[in-house]
Design a binder for this molecule. Structure first.
Ligand code: 15L
Length: 267
């Protein structure tokens, strides 16, 4: 698992060892509370040789490494564009069979909240970060089709123990549900190339995640159980017309300087 020191990785380090006792962890820097029972291999994703070294003897990769929010172009370029390419290339060279790629809802962030989308629509990234995740999905498709890797891209909504605001009631992903999606990617016999939404059972969902359900996904998280908390947090936030209109939220309004009256708004 790359990104072992990040937010998602830190939580998955608690949940995955019971399922995968031989889990190997990787990141640029070791997790602060690394235990002697954990197997950690340091690597900079932007350096192909070190990514190849961490792939040695590995059956499957959970790729949560990289930069996880909007950032300067060079940061995104090194960590997410070059880094993700290196990850797939190293996996191919070292004979890794499966990759689960942490994609993001920000690949689709400029779809308005009133539209329901599946995985068959054109990408509408809302940030350089979102563009890098579209790139990662494309590299995944290439390595599946050309080199036979089994690749699952999970467009993660918002990962955490509870939805943080109104937007997150639509896109929340409970950690245990991400574990289910990882297991589908690493273990399901029918995976060639899949794009799934990383969302729990959210009644306000904007996404058609039927393929995940076909593959056996049965989320246990239900965003509406946390409605009161999320709406109380929302009430403290200032109105942001662009963020509030689009699925990507504040990633859409950041650096936004188009004409708000002629924004792209399909049905
Ligand atoms: C993401 O992709 C980010 O990694 C995370 O930090 C959140 O911003 C999340 O999306 C979100 O949309 O809430």
């Amino acid at each position: 698992m790359t990104g072992a020191s990040g937010g998602v990785g830190t939580r998955l380090r608690e949940l995955l060892p019971a399922i995968y006792p031989d889990l190997v962890l990787s990141d640029l820097t070791p997790p602060a509370n690394l235990s002697s029972k954990e197997n950690f291999r340091q690597a900079d994703l932007a350096d192909l040789a070190s990514v190849e070294a961490i792939c040695e003897g590995v059956d499957g990769i959970l790729h949560f490494g990289g930069f996880s929010v909007e950032g300067p172009w060079d940061t995104i370029l090194q960590a997410n564009i070059i880094g993700t390419y290196n990850l797939f290339e190293a996996a191919r060279k070292k004979g890794v069979k499966r990759v689960v790629f942490a994609s993001s809802n920000h690949t689709m962030g400029f779809y308005p909240r009133h539209s329901r989308i599946g995985t068959d629509v054109t990408a509408r990234p809302d940030s350089r970060y979102g563009v890098s995740k579209v790139f990662g999905e494309a590299v995944g498709a290439l390595y599946a089709d050309k080199h036979g890797l089994s690749v699952t891209c999970v467009r993660i909504g918002n990962f955490g123990d509870q939805p943080l605001d109104q937007r997150r009631l639509s896109i929340w992903l409970k950690p245990e549900d991400l574990v289910q999606l990882c297991r589908i990617g690493l273990e399901h016999p029918d995976i060639h190339f899949e794009v799934l939404y990383g969302a729990s059972y959210n009644e306000r969902a904007w996404w058609d995640n039927s393929r995940a359900y076909e593959l056996g996904y049965r989320p246990i998280g239900r965003a509406e159980d946390h409605r009161a908390h999320a709406m109380a947090e929302q009430a403290k936030m200032p109105a942001d017309p662009v963020a509030d209109f689009y699925q990507g939220g504040a990633f859409c309004s950041l650096e936004f300087d188009a004409d708000q009256n002629s924004v792209w708004a399909p049905e």
